[in-house]
Design a binder for this molecule. Sequence first.
Ligand SMILES: CSCCC(=O)C(=O)COP(=O)(O)O
Ligand code: ZN
Length: 204
Amino acid sequence: MTTPIPEPASAAIVAAGRRLDERGWVPATAGNLSVRLDGGRVAITRSGFHKARLDAAALMVVDADGRPERPELKPSAETLLHCGIYRRFPGAGAVLHGHSVANTVLSRAAGQRIILAGYELLKAFPGLATHDGSVEVPVFDNDQDIARLQGVVEARWGNMDVIPPGYVLRGHGAYVWGPDMDTALNRMEALEFMLDCHLQESQA
Ligand SMILES: CSCCC(=O)C(=O)COP(=O)(O)O
Ligand SMILES: [Zn+2]
């Protein structure tokens, strides 16, 4: 059965794609965006579309396991990472993925984590009331086998006491989520701002 994507969900994805593009975080056709719908379904960008020029035709619906409602359409190649986030975090309502210079450069040099500490913008993440704290952003080796990569992500989450609403794929990009699209966008801007600071400090 296929059902249309509710207009608020498609509008949120289209607007978010433009915002990520304005920031320079979705070059070429990089990035993917999704919103959780009723019944475990997910509205997500189709593979290969430029995120600055999304419209309703560039979006589609998959089930909670990433299976397309319309099998003739190809969802984002990274759909299973979105589904993994929605499965693990019932409060997640929107997921964003972008390829910034900062997340790409820093993750290529990082180990298994990037520690962000002392930034006022840490307060954009849940559970941090002041700048006087730190967040461990997991870094995963990139993998073209997305199901296998999701397995690695889940195993790591299982070993973390505090899981921040984001992670980075080495040399590839960042994933961030939130209860709604506006919050996810704010968290992504906060993460990217702090990564950019981190990068500039490392070059000073
Ligand atoms: C040209 S970017 C390479 C694929 C990628 O990393 C990405 O984020 C976009 O893939 P999609 O299938 O979602 O278009
Ligand atoms: Zn990507």
